[in-house]
Design a protein around this ligand. Structure first.
Ligand code: SAM
Length: 261
């Protein structure tokens, strides 16, 4: 399908939920003096502008990162705030980092980063942004296929971020199956999945299938940012982690949306 474009949604509350958790996890993982691997199945273009025509059209970032920073709700000491500040120094005051740039900013030269992005323009933009980095590989291919093929990666310690666009209903089932298969092949890799909480409730079967699979270190964190009855589509965002050490759970939980309804 590939009609989804993240530029319309960059910096929205759900994006910040995912990026805040990712940034904290990467800080925890890289505090250990051993190299690690980060894989992204659905990388996106890596850098967004909150003044782009797409961002202006939806204004989603206004309720997300713009409001959060304006109200001082994301402390400057938070790893995501640090990445945003660095991104803005380099790319201008309206820049917002995608997950590949967050990883590039927080990880070390000895860490390996593998980014999969299927969309030709998003892939080209990502290549332009990070293609010259020695520790980063960027592939224009299906993220599930490429990740399964390289699992377990070298270094074996690490994390997979799974952030599909969920354009078609079958992606929910495919994602649950992929996570179960990947965990069987890379038994100690941490898996972090982001999903939209839509009124239609498609995510429920996916999360239910993952719960039923009794995967090790399973942890779930959900954030509601609207009352389901007040919105047409997404009312919250969710994260599921597998193989997550107990000590890392707060890295995912500690972000609370500051505008409870
Ligand atoms: N992870 C990014 C971030 O947080 O900045 C956002 C990624 S966006 C939600 C999903 C991306 O997956 C889109 O750029 C889309 O083109 C890409 N995509 C869709 N299907 C894919 C597939 N099968 N393999 C790899 N990338 C895919």
């Amino acid at each position: 399908m590939l009609s989804y474009q993240h530029a319309y949604h960059a910096g929205c509350p759900a994006d910040v939920h995912k990026h805040a958790a990712l940034a904290r996890l990467l800080v925890r993982l890289s505090a250990v003096d051993e190299p690690l691997t980060l894989i992204e199945t659905h990388a996106g273009r890596g850098l967004y502008s909150l003044t782009s025509p797409e961002a202006k059209k939806t204004r989603e970032a206004q309720q997300g990162i713009v409001r959060l920073l304006k109200d001082g709700k994301l402390p400057p000491s938070h790893p995501l705030a640090k990445v945003i500040a660095k991104t803005r120094r380099r790319h201008g005051p309206a820049a917002y980092p995608g997950s590949p740039l967050i990883a590039d900013t927080l990880l070390r030269p000895q860490d390996s980063i593998h980014l999969m992005e299927l969309h030709p323009q998003e892939h080209a933009a990502l290549e332009h942004l990070l293609g010259d980095k020695k520790n980063i590989s960027i592939q224009r291919r299906d993220g599930f296929e490429a990740t399964y093929e390289m699992a377990p990666p070298t270094p074996k310690r690490g994390l997979v971020l799974i952030d599909p666009s969920f354009e078609i209903k079958s992606e929910y089932t495919l994602t649950a199956e992929f996570i179960i298969d990947l965990n069987a092949k890379w038994t100690d890799g941490i898996i972090l999945l982001w999903y939209p909480m839509l009124k239609a409730g498609y995510y429920k079967d996916m999360v239910g299938a993952l719960e039923d699979a009794m995967l090790p270190g399973f942890h779930r964190s959900e954030m509601h940012f609207a009352k389901p009855e007040n919105v047409r589509g997404m009312f919250g965002s969710g994260l599921v982690a597998v193989n997550l050490p107990k000590a890392f759970q707060p890295a995912i939980d500690a972000f609370t949306w500051p505008y409870p309804f």
